[in-house]
Design a protein around this ligand. Sequence first.
Ligand SMILES: Cc1cc2nc3c(=O)[nH]c(=O)nc-3n(C[C@H](O)[C@H](O)[C@H](O)COP(=O)(O)OP(=O)(O)OC[C@H]3O[C@@H](n4cnc5c(N)ncnc54)[C@H](O)[C@@H]3O)c2cc1C
Length: 394
Amino acid sequence: MTTENLLTFDDTSVAFEAKSDRELKKTHFIFASMNNPLLVRVGTALTSLALKLKLPVKGLIRSTMFDQFCGGEAIDKCEKTIDHLGRYHVRTILDFSAEGQEDEASFDFTRDEALRVADFAKENPNIAFCVVKLTGLGSRELMARVQEGKTLKPGEAARFEAFKARVEAIAKRAYDNGLRFMIDAEESWIQDVIDGIAYDLMRKFNRERPVVYITYQFYRHDALEKMKQGYADLTAEGCFFAAKLVRGAYMEKERERAEEKGYRDPIQADKAATDRDYNLAQEFILDHIDRFSVCSGTHNEMSCALLAGLMEAKGLKRNDERVYFSQLLGMSDNISFNLAKEGYNVSKYVPYGPVEKVLPYLFRRAEENSAIKGQSGREFILIKKEIERRKANK
Ligand SMILES: Cc1cc2nc3c(=O)[nH]c(=O)nc-3n(C[C@H](O)[C@H](O)[C@H](O)COP(=O)(O)OP(=O)(O)OC[C@H]3O[C@@H](n4cnc5c(N)ncnc54)[C@H](O)[C@@H]3O)c2cc1C
């Protein structure tokens, strides 16, 4: 498809319409701070230390990074954010983002939390999907052992069954409540296990409509083939296929591990190859839209514009329920709000959880938006542009 006449996302007045001048200044301050690599490095280290020493820094985190990227500390505390996004026709994906728990009681807690979200979502039309990271529901070490084909000891086998039962309980609740349920993608050394569970749940719950969504990471050179194969297998069995597409969040870790252990790097040779496969996947899906539903999870303007263009070329309505665009809360509002204004289905991941437990998530956002990787954060540039625009119009 050609790139002429594609949608653009330059209108920062739409992107930041909901922010007062004061709020915009605060956002500018946060992104300006993150744009400083030294500040990000020192800030993340000091924050972790301060929390360990029980210094009173929670309030500061809450009113800055947490406010920018998270909905609240609990489901009901996210209602303001959900309503706010809803006013601009942007729907919410509540994402319980407590990370780093590795015991059975925490896994049960995360399952119960996901069930609470599914019940909350049933009553709230502004919630688009339920989502989980499977490492919140079971041991990542166990998943790695299963993927390596190791024989599990009886206790381990029972824990693995308990893990699968937790995931299925959430999928069933989503199905019973008329919702859709996305399973996030994680590291390649546990991803086969995650995919296996996702396919099994699709077989169970995607008979009449798409309920369970698998996630493919297109920074992996095998993702496009895997997606096509998954689609062929599952639709041959009479299921609706559904996938979230992302580029992938663990590139450095993947490369380092492959080098350390001496196996072939699972990541594409370069960014252009990742972009190419991501966009080819969108084309494949639109060519098979009768049985394929998609959530395009990206901050990449070209991929979003291409998907919108493909929908038009296929004669789909902009709000066709089979196609969703999705971004993270606090990022790429220029894409989310412009797409929603044009009538497309848009949703934001809204992470929530206790401040100290969502810190790893916040640190990832800080690093992503800093100039650590040698490029100025794109959010920072957009906010500056909007501040300049408002100044000029005064
Ligand atoms: C709604 C939503 C849900 C998400 N869910 C998941 C999930 O379940 N699992 C997950 O892993 N991530 C997830 N992510 C994060 C996602 O994978 C990306 O890390 C992030 O969105 C940045 O990619 P992009 O498409 O937005 O933009 P871009 O800025 O265009 O792409 C950046 C991405 O390109 C890839 N890349 C960069 N350099 C290279 C290179 N040299 N070679 C090859 N590839 C390269 C990397 O994946 C990098 O993150 C999610 C993101 C969103 C918005």
